[in-house]
Design a protein around this ligand. Structure first.
Ligand SMILES: Cc1ncc(COP(=O)(O)O)c(C=O)c1O
Length: 310
């Protein structure tokens, strides 16, 4: 499992742009998107200990969950092929053929699928439902949706260690949130002087804040209060696009040369720039934003984005 043995050595890229200079703040992007073309961003950190644990325990089959464009299932399928696991993807929604590029890749890497109606998929966290899956596919190791378990938090804590080596002090650490596991792992490792801001990709995720608190507490009973979940930058909901988002992403790419994805990192960066306009960050602040990858998902949204720009 060579690819997972060494901590990634990704750049911390300073964004020299008048937008930040005018406000007297410094922005750095932790380019975790550059880890690997297929296991990139937070996926690398979330999967690392899950896969190592599964291997140590002698499992040869992994079962996990996600939507039809899931970055997590995509990375898991590739990792499965690389490291000798069979993979089963439990997919939200009915089977649609031909497969979209995400599922087509995953299938090519050997992933088998079970498609669930949206109603059935809602049971994905229920112990009884998971027990039935285990019975059906045993022996298997079940990884929750988005890889969000304690192994993922342990891996995501290392994102902070990598940044700390490159920039000893910073005031804000920004990242996008889906399940919140990345935010939880990062918060547990961040200095108490750093405020961790999570930009939710989901609309109306009322219980997400509590779920993140619980994940952090289960991982480490220290009292971490220096994190905040921001839920006003989802652009209408998970994987929803708005003309404002698409225009922002094009502008950002032209100005910085850094590509973002529309589901997670685009919304985070748009939110961050909006906060900047509202003078949220005091002058002199050093802000680090984590590029969590997800670029494979762009393929499924390219046409829609181009239509919005036309
Ligand atoms: C590219 C990308 N960024 C951010 C996230 C959100 O991570 P989390 O589910 O740990 O909040 C995901 C989902 O896993 C993702 O695919």
């Amino acid at each position: 499992m060579d690819l997972l043995d060494h901590s990634p050595d990704t750049p911390l890229q300073k964004v020299d742009h008048p937008l930040f200079q005018q406000q007297g703040v410094e922005l750095y992007i932790k380019r975790e998107d550059l880890i690997h073309p297929l296991i990139s961003g937070n996926k690398w950190y979330k999967l690392k200990h899950n896969l190592q644990y599964a291997k140590q325990q002698g499992f040869s089959r992994l079962v996990s969950f996600g939507g039809a464009f899931s970055n997590h299932l995509h990375a898991l399928a590739f990792a499965g092929q690389q490291f000798g696991f069979e993979t089963i993807g439990i997919v939200r929604g009915e089977l649609i053929q031909p497969f979209n590029p995400t599922l087509a890749d995953a299938q090519q890497w050997g992933m088998q699928f079970e498609f669930l109606s949206r109603a059935a998929y809602r049971c994905r966290h229920d112990a009884e439902f998971v027990a039935q899956l285990v019975e059906k596919y045993e022996p298997c190791f079940v990884i929750p949706e988005g890889g969000a378990n304690q192994w993922a938090l342990k891996g995501c804590a290392d994102i902070v260690a990598g940044i700390d080596q490159q920039l000893p002090e910073y005031d804000y650490l920004c990242l996008p949130c889906g399940t919140g596991a990345t935010l939880a792992g990062v918060t547990a490792a961040a200095s108490h002087n750093t405020k961790v801001l999570g930009f939710s990709a989901l609309k109306g995720a009322v219980s997400l804040g509590d779920e993140i608190s619980n994940m952090i507490f289960e991982f480490s009973p220290d009292n971490f209060t220096q994190w905040q979940l921001l839920d006003e930058f989802h652009c209408g909901g998970f994987a929803k696009l708005s003309p404002q988002l698409v225009t922002f992403m094009r502008w950002w790419q032209q100005q910085t040369g850094i590509e973002l994805d529309p589901v997670y990192t685009g919304k985070m960066m748009m939110g961050l720039c909006e906060l900047l306009k509202r003078d949220y960050f005091p002058a002199g602040s050093k802000i680090v934003a984590v590029h969590t990858g997800g670029m494979q998902g762009v393929r499924g949204m390219q046409e829609q984005m181009e239509r919005m720009l036309a």
